[in-house]
Design a binder for this molecule. Structure first.
Ligand SMILES: Nc1ncnc2c1ncn2[C@@H]1O[C@H](COP(=O)(O)OP(=O)(O)O)[C@@H](O)[C@H]1O
Ligand SMILES: [Mg+2]
Length: 355
């Protein structure tokens, strides 16, 4: 029996989405081989053992014992105040989205704690979270991306006409590090410009201004470590102007997932190849969802990668694998095995100089 620590919640704006995914994973874990140990991170960033609001049917309340992981303690969760041991877990599934969870920070802690964990490690998580660094690396690998430029909080905001000259109208403004469309705006006219920039700057001191790409939104799921596989692509059929937070989570009719997407065979192959290349260029491991635009002329553009995609039973990532013959609980099982496989492989590497 392996103890699987499910870390969920977290400080990011995607706290609730994470809880929903964690709840579904908790319920789907095969109890014949796995025992789930829940670790809920509250909005202040504190870790609570055996606690998440849905577990206690309370909202916003975390009352479980405070725990943490510390370096080289073989996966033992300890109480931060007394250093008393609480529980030892064998593998961690960090089902966290956005900053402080999907960006390499938690992954660094898990590496120091010397414990296998599901998903991409420190470097891949960090570069995939930052849309500016991600896009520059994709461009360098000849992967098609849209036109964009970066603005930092300390810089002068370029005039509206200069931005329109570079990107045309409409254009998108978004925080470099965020997800779930939080802080993303579509700018159609001058009066929307400054408020879009200030909104994005609420979430990150670096924002991207991007040309608007008109096309279908197609997503492809990747699974594996050194020999990853791509699922059939799916499509987001969105009833809003773009796939906003509202369309994703608030409006139940905001979007429909078409699985698999209605694409011809050669486009499917091209999307899968680009998804795999994107995954490998960005040093990803375990799982990721690569999101594309397909323009009316057939051109395929990568929008972004998500190293910890939404993982509710209704989410695109597990649904795409389901369509390819891998059930939700088998998918979790495979991800746990991939975590152990990577950990075991890395253990064979020398970590200090030996002659
Ligand atoms: N350059 C763009 N052109 C067209 N639509 C865009 C563009 N950038 C973002 N969008 C729309 O906004 C949504 C969220 O943007 P995205 O870059 O994927 O950020 P997030 O990481 O928050 O999902 C996309 O799914 C898409 O609908
Ligand atoms: Mg997105």
């Amino acid at each position: 029996m392996k103890k699987i620590g499910i870390i969920c919640g977290g400080k990011s704006a995607e706290h609730e989405v994470s809880l929903q995914s964690a709840r579904n994973i908790f319920e789907a874990l095969n109890r014949e081989i796995y025992e789930p140990i829940l670790i809920g991170i509250d909005k202040n960033g504190q870790w609570h053992l055996n606690d998440a609001p849905w577990l206690l049917e309370q909202s916003e309340q975390y009352t479980g014992d405070l725990v943490t992981l510390i370096p080289q303690h073989a996966g033992t969760l300890i109480q931060p105040k007394t250093f008393k041991d609480e529980q030892t877990v064998d593998v961690i599934f960090p089902i966290l989205h956005g900053p402080f969870g999907e960006d390499g920070t938690v992954q660094g802690l898990l590496k120091l704690a010397d414990i296998p964990f599901v998903g991409t490690s420190v470097l891949g998580s960090a570069i995939s979270m930052d849309k500016d660094v991600m896009k520059r690396l994709l461009h360098e690998a000849d992967i098609p991306i849209g036109k964009f430029f970066v603005l930092y909080a300390h810089q002068r905001i370029p005039s509206f006409s200069d931005t329109v000259e570079k990107l045309a109208l409409p254009f998108f403004v978004k925080p470099a590090n965020m997800g779930s469309s939080v802080g993303v705006s579509k700018v159609h006219e001058e009066r929307e410009y400054l408020s879009a920039v200030s909104k994005a700057l609420c979430y990150d001191s670096k924002v991207l201004l991007e040309e608007c790409i008109v096309g279908r939104e197609i997503e492809c799921a990747i699974l594996g470590n050194e020999a990853p596989q791509a699922s059939l692509p799916g499509e987001i059929l969105c009833s809003h102007e773009f796939y906003s937070y509202e369309a994703k989570y608030r409006d139940e009719h905001g979007a429909v997932l078409a699985i698999p997407a209605d694409l011809d065979a050669s486009t499917v192959t091209a999307v899968q190849e680009l998804a795999l290349k994107t995954f490998q260029t960005l040093c990803c491991e375990g799982l990721a969802r690569v999101d594309f635009f397909i323009k009316p002329d057939g051109a395929i553009i990568v929008n972004e990668i998500n190293t910890m995609p939404g993982f509710t039973t209704m989410s695109m990532y597990p649904k795409l694998w389901e369509a390819s013959g891998i059930s939700y609980s088998d998918l979790i099982h495979r991800l746990i095995n991939l975590a152990i496989e990577r950990y075991t492989r890395e253990k064979t590497l020398k970590t200090s100089y030996e002659s």
